[in-house]
Ligand binder design. Structure first.
Ligand code: FE2
Ligand code: FE2
Length: 244
């Protein structure tokens, strides 16, 4: 599995994990992200059951597993958090941050030790030692209760399924040609994102943030001007379309 540092300053480090060559065919490729700050770490959208062993092996190359003190699930999908029951048996002390609306559903993945910390619809924040992140509402994009993670210091937005692209196995992790990349994003956004109104509200909110890097849960990372290009492209895209 690819396991790569994408940002570092004197307080904290961001990692991406993905492109697992051992992933069974037929399950969607996912990106997992982690922020490590001092002796605490936040693992974002930890992934499915099928990826758990590769994820654990990749993480321990960077930090001791017991430093994972916080998990985050942008929403309830199995590709996001079906590994929860396995993390629950692995981590001695950790909390899961996810929408309160999904608690009764997410607990079906198995959760005895990890503490569920419900995020209210308006969002919230999390301190991670000397670092902090914000949970930004992204409801109905695509899940009815959905959040992204913004790190103001690193200027990184972890954007869950927004910005997702369907890629061939082993594809690069960063966008090389934005125009060409839109062809891999269009269907995903039109079919999975149900609401143009929710989309416009999210674009308004995100446009006010200072973002150097946007990190989706599928596909490739957007850097620099490609973040603005994505917001422009998404604003013009009509979503909520299915053949009937
Ligand atoms: Fe999803
Ligand atoms: Fe997803």
């Amino acid at each position: 599995m690819l396991s790569k540092e994408i940002y570092r300053d004197n307080q904290h480090t961001w990692y991406v994990f993905g492109r697992d060559p051992d992933k069974p065919d037929g399950i969607i490729d996912t990106n997992q992200y982690m922020i490590s700050c001092g002796d605490q770490a936040l693992l974002m959208d930890p992934g499915g059951i099928e990826l758990f062993a590769s994820m654990l092996a990749s993480i321990v190359k960077h930090i001791p597993v017991d430093q994972i003190t916080h998990l985050f699930a942008s929403h309830q999908d199995p590709d996001i958090i079906s590994s929860l029951g396995l993390w629950d048996r692995t981590l001695s002390k950790a909390s899961l941050h996810a929408s309160g609306l999904w608690e009764g559903f997410i607990r079906h993945f198995g959760m005895d030790n990890i503490e569920y910390q419900a995020i209210a619809d308006e969002g919230g924040s999390l301190s991670l030692g000397a670092c902090s992140v914000e949970f930004i509402p992204a409801h109905y994009l695509h899940s009815s209760a959905n959040f992204h993670v913004y790190d103001a210091q690193a200027k990184i937005l972890m954007s869950g399924d927004i910005g997702a692209a369907l890629e061939a196995p082993g594809a690069a992790m960063e966008i090389e040609d934005f125009e060409a990349h839109t062809h891999k994003m269009r269907y995903f956004h039109q079919r999975w994102m149900p609401s143009n109104k929710a989309k416009d509200r999210w674009i308004d909110r995100i446009s006010k943030l200072d973002i150097d890097m946007m990190c989706p849960q599928h596909g490739r990372i957007f850097r620099g001007d490609d973040v603005k290009r994505f917001l422009d492209w998404f604003s013009k895209l009509e979503v909520g379309i299915a053949a009937q």
